[in-house]
Ligand binder design. Sequence first.
Ligand SMILES: C[S@@+](CC[C@H](N)C(=O)[O-])C[C@H]1O[C@@H](n2cnc3c(N)ncnc32)[C@H](O)[C@@H]1O
Length: 235
Amino acid sequence: MSIRDRIVRRWATLRLSPTARRMRREGLTYLRPVKLMRIEAALRRLKKRRVAGDYLEFGVALGGTAALIAPAARRADATFVGLDVFSTIPPPTSEYDDAKSRERYAVIAAGAATGIGGETYYGYRDDLLDHVEHVLADVGAPVDGTNVRLEKGLFEDSWPTLHVDRVAFAHIDCDWHDPVRYCLDAVAPKLSDGGLIVIDDYHDYAGCRIAVDAFLAENPGFRMVPGANPLIERR
Ligand SMILES: C[S@@+](CC[C@H](N)C(=O)[O-])C[C@H]1O[C@@H](n2cnc3c(N)ncnc32)[C@H](O)[C@@H]1O
């Protein structure tokens, strides 16, 4: 890591909430401090502007970012829904997914991935859903099946059953082209004025970037606010 990157990391870490710092320290999130900082800033903005709607996360994994989003939903008197297969990530299947995505998936599928800090890779755990329930209870947002919910399954299967009317916040953190595009198409029409979608992997995987760019080109009513994890908002 360059000296500049180290300084940015330190600067961002100092701006994180104690919970966000703990999620990093305990290896419960893949996100760099600057991305966590931007999520927390977005959540504060929604609360301040009293933006109505549900708070969603597509791609929960170990629950590190859900542990920031679910309590923010509670503070805003809103519902949190976290969607994930809670097992091994589905493969990248689009022609737009790059070699990096395919190589990463090949390692995971071969059983050779290692988790954060050398732990077992989360996708190999059979207690992942229970683990995330514990994490959310620990941060004051226990899963109750109503205001705080976890939906296990493919987004494509879960989302049509949820009947979400309005969305204040969505964190789309699912790596590959097809799920990113699916989530954008699902959520954007329901995004409240002032609502925010955070895209995690725009700079990490080409499939994600292509999905977001195509969505924006086809939907001129939305724009991107650039950054480590860009925001999508209504114009
Ligand atoms: C990078 S992880 C999420 C990281 C997490 N937000 C954090 O705090 O580090 C991506 C997650 O998306 C899930 N996922 C990807 N595609 C999916 C799909 N089509 N349906 C359900 N879950 C999916 C994977 O199983 C994985 O748990």
